[in-house]
Structures are given as C-alpha cells and as structure tokens.
Write a protein that binds this ligand. Sequence first.
Ligand SMILES: *Cc1c(COP(=O)(O)O)cnc(C)c1O
Length: 386
Amino acid sequence: MRDLLMIPGPVEFEPEVLQALGAPTLGHTDPAFIALFGRALKRMREVCLAPGAQPFVVAGSGTLAMEMAVANLVEPGDRALVVNTGYFSDRMAKILERHGAQVTHVRAAPGDVPSADEVETHLVRGGFKVMTVTHVDTSTAVLTPVEALVRAARKHGVLSVVDGVCATAGESFHQDAWGADVYLTASQKAVGVPPGLALLTVGPRAMEAWRARKTPVASVYSDWAEWLPIMEAYEAGKPAYFATPPVNLVCALEVSLGQILAEGMEARFARHQRMARAFRAAWKALGLRMLPTSDAVAAHTLSAVYYPDGVDAALVGRVKGQGIVVAGGLHPELKARYFRVGHMNRVGPTDVLAAVGAVERALLAAGHRSEPGAAVAAAQASLVAG
Ligand SMILES: *Cc1c(COP(=O)(O)O)cnc(C)c1O
C-alpha cells in the first residue's frame, strides 16, 4: 500500500517537481540553468509578496535559513526579542545566543501566543536590534498573528525576522505591505520541494543593517557578502560561482514556485484555510482537543491534537497502518500527549477525507468511542460548505 505523507514536512510533492529533480543535472553555469535560477529568484519575491526584497536560495535546511538571518544581522552584544511560541522559537534563541546576542523572551503557555500589547511593551522600552517571530510553531501548530507584531517592530525601529518554515506559501503573509524585514523558510514544507534548500527574502532595511555591520559575519558560508553577488548575477542572466548550487533542487523550486503562482497566493492561502477548517470539524466530531487554545491562533498548515483518554503515541503507528503518515508530538513538555497532521502544499479535499478516515479507524481500533464515519461526515460537511 502506498502511504500518503502528511507530516509537517517533508510533504507530498507534485510529480512535475519530482521530475525536475530526476532530470539530467545541468552545469551550474549552463545558460538554461542561469535563466531558470533567475526565474526562481523572481518567483520568490512574488510568493512572499515582497517586490522590494532580495531573495537568497542556498543549499541547506530551514535551520540554515534561521542561522543566515541571525549571522548577518546580529553582532555580539546586540539585543534580540524572541516572541516565543515553542520549540522553533527556542531554536532561534539558541542561534541568536551563539552569535552573541542578548536575548529577551516574551513567552506564552504552550498553545498560546503572547499578546501584541505584551510584545509592544518590550519594544517600547527600546534597545532591541531584532525581533524574531515564528509564523507557525510546528511543535504546537500555533499561528502567531505576525502582521500586528511586525508592524509594531517597524514602528519602534526594530528589525523583524519571521520564521516561515511551516508557513511560507501556506499562511497569509504580505512581506512588503506589513513591513517584515526578513522572511525565511525551507523547501520541504508549504513551498513544495524536497528537503535541501534554505530560502530567505530580505527587505531593504535588513540589507542596510547588514551593510552597516562593524564586525565581519562569523560564517563564510552564511555571509550575504558571498551570496549577494551570486544571486544578483543569476538574476541578471550571468554565470557566477561561490559554492556549487544544488542544481536539481533549484530546478524543482522553479517548477514548484511556478505552480504556486499559477494557483495564486490568495487562492492558495484560502485553500489552506478551508482544509484546516475541515480538519478542525473532524477533530471536534471525534471529541479531540487541539493544542492551540483558540481557532484564532490555530495554524492552517498543520493540526496538533491531543490523544483522547486511553490512547497513546502508538496511535501514530496505527494511522500509518491505515495508509497515512502522521507525526508524534514535538514540544518538550507535551510531546507524549499529542500527534500532528501536516496539511500543506498540495493537500486537497481528497487527502483530508483520506487522513480523517485513517485517524478515525485507528482511534476506533485503539478503543476510542465514536460513531464510525462521524469525523469523515463532519469534514465533508465543512468542505461542502466551502
Ligand atoms: C521545520 C522548521 C524549522 C527547521 O527546518 P529544518 O529544515 O528542519 O532545518 C524551523 N522553523 C520552523 C517553524 C519549522 O517548522
């Protein structure tokens, strides 16, 4: 039986994207590759709604994208405000500290987000160079209301870095309009390309802050000074070399970003919202509770759901036995108590119904009491309502 991969990354990929990965590898200075890389960079701006930003496409995972943002913007002694919603916010803080930043956390209980007022209270006090926000914290499926936070950061002259690794191209985000300075992601989540690319769109204020550094960037591989001429050359249709680009992944990225733009950003955000609503209807019908404390802070790219009484992490294996791969918990305090279902990139109604049906069968087999078909019916009703 062929499993359907519904974890929060990597996700299911489109056949055309996978074909690009399997095509004969072009030389990295081949005119065909240069043209295609240039197009991928332009498409990055469109997907992030960031016409004024500088895109970077580099071999690495999302963690490298996080480290690149920090390594280029932060100098030892700089102060950083971490809007902390879980596991990946903690990772950002660790990276900031490693690069010499003094970190202040604004934390919320797992499943919740700090209020915009609380964040602003810190921003008003002043002294911060950067504020980091996790758009969707993949450990809790919490969606942070980033627009208000990045607008507040801008108002107080603080650079905003938004970790969009589980959000970009799935959750509504308008980088230029909202004034976010850095948006970063990885290829394998809602961007729809197998793992291996670190992606950033860097706005003009952040580029300026990088240019104004007093100390060199502590990592050669992360240094925008190495990558900027490369990205500019590819966009200008010229060959350039710093470190060999992951040619086939870049080809796959160009294809996936083309598909994303063909769907349209607003339509894509709306589809992710519809699929998330259908999942929420199903969890409710099953009597399950989600980690996010309210729908207002619940992500549209994944669900994090507590096991009901009498059911444990063995459920994940049972769901796989039903043909759907879901993930266990990740948040250190709660990880044995919940599971996660990714619903991003190409996920549509068929996948939703298949996943809900598999979870429902696995729960029934684990002894959970619910009416067979009730969860599927609830998801279907939600999908039909639109
Ligand atoms: C997955 C994820 C990361 C880490 O990305 P890797 O590609 O695993 O390095 C960082 N932040 C968030 C929000 C994520 O979901």
